[in-house]
Design a protein around this ligand. Structure first.
Ligand SMILES: NC(=O)c1ccc[n+]([C@@H]2O[C@H](COP(=O)([O-])OP(=O)(O)OC[C@H]3O[C@@H](n4cnc5c(N)ncnc54)[C@H](OP(=O)(O)O)[C@@H]3O)[C@@H](O)[C@H]2O)c1
Length: 224
């Protein structure tokens, strides 16, 4: 048995795989993606490509889903193709893969990346809507007694692609300064929580969406 990872180029996945190699060097890790380096090639813009993975899924007992797609324009300016691609990558292919994985192995443990945008929205409304629906699905999808389905919903992660590719880096910097922690979240912190979820928790943590925002919505004590 081993771990299957999507979005392996994401810094969250990179940090997770590095953490895992240090703590469980014998664990088998395989990746799913569009690039030639992936163990299994699949373009999640096409939901059918998920079906090509079904034969491989029984070999794995853990699935980590780090893929995602954020457009740099609001929904009203996106083409129909962009909106469809976003909903497919962020939601429909994700859920399809989870469904296949839960059917493949009664001991499957799954962690998927949601987003704070799924609670509060985003300039890319399509992305936020897809993440909100993903959060809802994680909450309602019944899992077996030895299965686990958890979603981690982080706020902005400083060192991952969706943040580092942004053109408004001055706003990103300001968000860190204004945050109660005085900084933004790091991908290594997300990886640490994912590791606890997938490898340390006993499994009662399931059908849960865990916000990871560092207290940014807490009220100012001087105004309470
Ligand atoms: N960054 C943040 O601030 C933030 C905040 C909250 C949640 N998240 C979530 O965290 C996860 C990782 O975000 P990130 O910032 O690390 O993103 P990223 O650097 O853009 O990485 C996204 C990953 O998704 C893969 N991917 C995209 N479209 C795909 C497709 N059609 N088929 C297969 N793989 C595809 C990419 O593969 P390629 O290498 O082939 O492009 C890449 O490995 C996402 O689920 C995101 O929604 C991020």
């Amino acid at each position: 048995m081993g771990l299957l990872v999507t979005g392996a180029a994401s810094m969250v996945a990179v940090e997770f795989i590095s953490l895992l190699a240090g703590r469980r060097p014998a664990e088998v890790v395989a990746t799913v993606g569009r690039s030639a380096e992936a163990t299994y090639t699949a373009d999640l813009s096409h939901p059918e490509s998920v079906d090509t993975l079904t034969a491989h899924l029984p070999r794995f007992d853990r699935l980590l889903l780090c893929h995602g797609l954020l457009q740099d324009t609001p929904l009203a300016q996106q083409s129909g193709a962009q909106m469809t691609q976003s909903m497919t990558v962020n939601l429909l292919s994700t859920v399809r893969l989870i469904e296949h994985a839960l059917q493949a192995n009664p001991h499957m443990r799954i962690a998927v990346l949601g987003s704070e945008s799924g609670f509060k929205g985003s300039y890319d409304d399509t992305y936020a809507l897809a993440k909100a629906a993903l959060h809802a699905y994680v909450g309602w999808r019944r899992t077996g007694p030895d299965q686990q389905l958890v979603c981690i919903a982080p706020s902005m992660i400083a060192d991952t692609g969706m943040t580092t590719r942004r053109r408004d880096q001055d706003r990103v910097t300001l968000r860190g300064i204004q945050h109660p922690k005085g900084r933004l979240l790091q991908s290594a912190e997300v990886a640490g929580l994912l590791y606890h979820t997938l490898y340390e928790d006993q499994g009662y943590l399931t059908n849960a969406v865990i916000p990871l925002h560092g207290g940014k919505f807490s009220s100012n004590p001087t105004h309470s």
